[in-house]
Design a protein around this ligand. Structure first.
Ligand code: THU
Length: 129
């Protein structure tokens, strides 16, 4: 799957987002080494700490299906400017894929290409224990 296709897959998830509180829908698409793609959206809750981000939705779907070999993640919102993963999502992604490539996208067509090591320098991971 091309980078553009991964972004389009994430974009399609915006309609699945459940974000009545923030009104900030987010979609994600997580590419695995074997080409499998897992999608996610944010799922909010009346009790705000119970909400989950799009990226962690995708990670949970992937891991629960036996996939942890993540290569690239596309994440997108409808707002202007690139949507970058929150700190909690960066940590969760780092657990499985410190070398993960990221395509952080916005509704205005902006795309920030970066890497998880840039977003989470000196991260704490399995090798730290
Ligand atoms: N959110 C994500 O799903 N991913 C991000 O990268 C940034 C934030 C969600 C969490 C919450 O549902 C809403 O966006 C506003 O913070």
């Amino acid at each position: 799957m091309t980078e553009q296709e991964l972004i389009q897959t994430a974009q399609a998830m915006l309609d699945r987002a459940y974000a009545p509180y923030s009104r900030y829908p987010v979609g994600a698409a997580l590419l695995c080494a074997d080409g499998t793609v897992f999608t996610g959206c944010n799922v909010e809750n009346a009790s705000s700490p119970c909400g989950i981000c799009a990226e962690r939705t995708a990670v949970a779907k992937a891991v629960s299906e036996g996939h942890t070999d993540f290569v690239r993640l596309a994440v997108i919102s409808r707002a202007d400017g690139p949507c970058t993963p929150c700190g909690m999502c960066r940590q969760v992604l780092y657990e499985f894929a410190p070398e993960l490539e990221l395509l952080c996208c916005g509704g205005d067509g902006s795309v920030l290409k970066t890497g998880l090591r840039e977003l989470l320098p000196h991260g704490f991971g399995p090798d730290s224990l």
